[in-house]
Design a protein around this ligand. Structure first.
Ligand code: HEC
Length: 131
C-alpha cells in the first residue's frame, strides 16, 4: 500500500512539474513584449531608438509623460507608414493626436538611422500584435 501511494504521489509531482513547464512556455511570448531582447539584427536600431527617442517615447516605445507610445494602434504601418517616421525625425511633429505638445526635430539622426529605428519599432509592434 505505502509504496503504491508514494509512486502515485510522485506521478502527481511530475505532472505538476510538467504543468509548470508548460505554463512557463506559453507565457514566454508575453514576456518578450515587456523585456525580451530584440533579435541581433535589430539591436543597432534599438540602441539608436534608446539614445534618440526613448526619452519621450519610452523604453521599448511604451510611452512616457513626454510622449506617446509608438507601440500603439494609431502608429501601425497603415496609419503611420515608415515615411511618417522619417518626417517626424527630420521636421518634428505638431501635436495633433495627443496632449504632450510638439515633437521637436531630432538632430543627429540620419535617414539610415531612422530606417533602423523603424524596423525596431515595427518589431515591437508585431510583438504586441499590432501590424
Ligand atoms: C522631446 C520628445 C520627443 C522625442 C525625443 C521624440 N519624439 Fe516622437 N513624438 C513626440 C510627441 C509628443 C509626439 C506626438 C505628437 C502628437 O500629438 O501627435 C510624437 C510623435 C511621433 C510620431 C508620430 C508622427 C505623426 O505623424 O503623427 C512618430 C513616428 C515619432 N514621434 C517618432 C519619433 C522617433 C523615431 C524619435 C527618435 C528619432 C522620436 N519620435 C523622438 C515626442 C518626441
Amino acid at each position: 500500500m505505502v509504496p503504491v501511494m508514494t509512486s502515485r504521489s510522485q506521478v502527481g509531482i511530475w505532472l505538476l512539474v510538467l504543468g509548470l513547464f508548460v505554463a512557463c512556455d506559453s507565457s514566454q511570448p508575453k514576456q518578450a513584449v515587456g523585456g525580451g531582447p530584440a533579435p541581433a539584427e535589430l539591436q543597432a536600431g534599438e540602441a539608436k531608438f534608446t539614445a534618440n527617442c526613448a526619452a519621450c517615447h519610452g523604453n521599448q516605445a511604451a510611452g512616457t509623460d513626454h510622449g506617446p507610445p509608438l507601440v500603439h494602434k494609431i502608429y501601425e504601418p497603415n496609419h503611420h507608414g515608415d515615411s511618417a517616421f522619417q518626417r517626424a525625425a527630420a521636421n518634428g511633429v505638431k501635436a495633433h493626436h495627443w496632449e504632450f505638445g510638439n515633437m521637436p526635430k531630432i538632430e543627429g539622426v540620419t535617414p539610415e538611422d531612422v530606417d533602423q529605428i523603424v524596423k525596431y519599432v515595427r518589431w515591437l509592434q508585431r510583438q504586441a500584435g499590432i501590424q
